[in-house]
Design a protein around this ligand. Sequence first.
Ligand code: NAD
Ligand code: WQD
Length: 336
Amino acid sequence: MNILLTGGAGYIGSHTAVVLTQANHEVVLLDNFYNSHKRVLGQLQKILGKNLHCVDGDVRNTTLITKILQDCKIDAVIHFAGLKAVGESVQNPIEYYANNVQGAISLLEAMKFANVKTLLFSSSATVYGDPQYLPIDENHPTGPTNPYGKSKLHIEEMLKDLTNSDNEWKIACLRYFNPVGAHESGLIGENPAGIPNNLLPYIAQVAGGMRSDLAVFGDDYPTIDGTGIRDYIHVMDLAEGHVKALEFLEVNNGWHALNLGTGRGYSVFEVIEAFEKASARKVPYHVVSRRLGDVSECYATPQKAKVVMSWSATRSLHEMCLSAWDFQRLNSVAAP
Ligand code: NAD
Ligand code: WQD
């Protein structure tokens, strides 16, 4: 298949580009490099032994997207492009709706015009809001608590309306839990600009000596050790989930929501310990008060993805930490 990856130079998009190319698909990347670096293209070339076609542009440029869909004879689109920082979305909601929701509308207009009706959308566990029960299945009520999460839910709802209006559309909303880790080569990985918001990149920078210690946001949750529990999933497992989801859509029309998680949660202290083991470095930390908006526990049941598309995550927390550490070690000097 010929597949367009919007936001394809980003963290999850670049790993998915590797897996799709190795599965003999032709990928075209579209990215405005707002939160990624052109350097990634050279790294992808090293991993794959060939250059990938990448267009430097904005997903909100409907004319450009239409041209790519037609010129490259695109069969399916994976829509990764968007802004993803929860705190930033609270500070600047309009920017989040403008990029995420407007970006999706622009893409859908182009897809409709070019008659490309197969789409994977990068959604998030954040659409569920505060868990009402665990593990979270796809029927769990939605109720995002921040503009980022709301933008994801608005898009999901738009996509549902679209499939209701025309049954030729094939759309899967992939609700990622906590993607972490990197490609085994150490050439691509998560490279956040500034102070990392998320746990794994922060720990990696502490282990790498770029930061002195980790602030653990609360040790008074009702969990095994008092720290927050999340469903961390290796980015390569996640990437493979996209290949499976495209196969699923080949034979299934309509709108589908699918959790991509492991089904198992780890606490912050467990992640610190696993990272120390994988890196053979100390990760100094101090406990501070809870971060506003954080929940105690969040993990998926990935049973639906297993049943309908024969996918489940296979990589361990150790492999997640090892690969994140390799990427950190090999890239910390070059990182901007
Ligand atoms: P990322 O920031 O690394 O990748 C997103 C890419 O989209 C970046 O390369 C950025 O430059 C590009 N982009 C942003 N706006 C654009 C626009 N208007 N036009 C063209 N390109 C644009 O993020 P990621 O972690 O790879 O996430 C990919 C998707 O998955 C996002 O939609 C995100 O919301 C979603 N998601 C991520 C996580 C996570 O923890 N990483 C969890 C759940 C869902
Ligand atoms: C994990 C755990 C923190 C940083 C976020 C988004 C979500 C999704 C994934 C996109 C929590 C603790 C963290 C630190 C800490 N993204 N922590 N010190 O909050 O589960 O999810 O990323 O869709 O929408 O909300 O992930 O990695 O920030 O936190 O103690 O410096 O680590 O309290 O328990 P989160 P996270």
